[in-house]
Design a protein around this ligand. Structure first.
Ligand SMILES: Nc1ncnc2c1ncn2[C@@H]1O[C@H](COP(=O)(O)OP(=O)(O)O)[C@@H](O)[C@H]1O
Ligand SMILES: [Mg+2]
Length: 275
């Protein structure tokens, strides 16, 4: 398999009063072309830092990441980024929001419109293309944010807990829709979540991280067929994988000391909490 994204000894440290805080302690990881990888781990283990580095939003302290063999030095149209907080322009319709990223290109208006409409169709928002964000539910707003990333037609999608703020039903619907789109358009996807079930349901491979220093703790191959269905979600094979990932996430050796906290203080965030 060709490597699309390659982290090599990626380190990120932040200066703190008492010295240095190591958010990422040397991560090496390859994501294959068209692969769907999820990254899961306790709060604060460096998931967002890792993804942000691939997005070009977090500068590595040493080592780093390359996409298609080229070192990442900043954001680029080859990588679409989707965060938990959908940032839509409230005064623009769904279609205008989706077209927005294309305005920076020299694309003719007609093609821009066609690309936007295709992306809107992919996420099932065609009937709401002329609606303003304030008239949409949270799930629909997030679909719009996803369509905006799709419209630019990036080869890589970097998603940081994109469904974290949504109710359980909407979440499952968007998971299925994302997989449906991925099976049609087959981009490379790196998807961060703190939800073990979501991590297993979506991925071909689950990367489990551990904290202090942030690092890859385990990698679990998800040997389940696509399309993923309700039947698969309820299968014994799925349960076994979910348990395996759960064990890897929540039965890690205790994280190292946190230089930001007074000695003896336990800074370990509750399992599964936060982003
Ligand atoms: N700009 C920053 N300055 C200092 N510490 C940071 C900064 N960004 C992140 N961190 C710390 O790095 C660690 C990893 O953060 P993050 O990647 O957001 O974790 P996760 O997404 O897994 O919850 C956390 O302990 C966080 O507090
Ligand atoms: Mg995060």
């Amino acid at each position: 398999m060709t490597h699309k994204i390659s982290f090599r000894d990626a380190v990120k440290t932040y200066p703190v009063k008492s010295g240095t805080f190591t958010a990422l302690g040397g991560v090496s990881l390859d994501v294959g072309e068209r692969e769907f990888v999820t990254v899961v781990g306790p709060s604060g283990c460096g998931k967002s830092t890792l993804l942000g580095m691939a997005a070009g939003l977090v500068e590595p302290t040493s080592g780093g990441v390359s996409v298609d063999g080229r070192p990442v030095t900043g954001p680029g149209p080859d990588r679409g980024v989707i965060f938990q907080q959908y940032a839509l322009f409230p005064w623009l319709t769904v279609r205008r929001n989706v077209e927005f990223g294309l305005r920076l290109t020299s694309m003719p208006a007609g093609e821009r419109r066609a690309r936007a409409d295709h992306a809107i169709e992919l996420v099932g928002l065609t009937d709401f293309a002329d609606a303003l964000p304030k008239t949409l539910s949270g799930g629909m707003k997030q679909r719009c944010a996803i369509a905006r990333a799709y419209a630019v037609d990036p080869e890589v999608l970097l998603m940081d807990e994109p469904f974290g703020a949504l109710d359980a039903l909407t979440r499952v619907q968007l998971q299925d829709q994302l997989l449906d789109t991925w099976s049609k358009e087959r981009r490379t996807v790196m998807f961060v979540t703190h939800d073990v079930e979501e991590a297993v349901y979506l991925a071909q491979r689950v990367v489990v991280m551990a904290a202090r220093p942030g690092r890859v703790h385990a990698v679990v191959d998800v040997d389940l067929p696509y399309p993923r269905t309700e039947e698969i979600r309820l299968s014994a094979g799925f349960a076994a994988l979910r348990n395996q990932v759960w064990q890897a996430v929540y039965h890690q050796a205790p994280a190292g000391p946190d230089p930001r906290k007074p000695a003896g203080g336990d800074a370990q965030a509750p399992a599964g909490a936060g982003t």
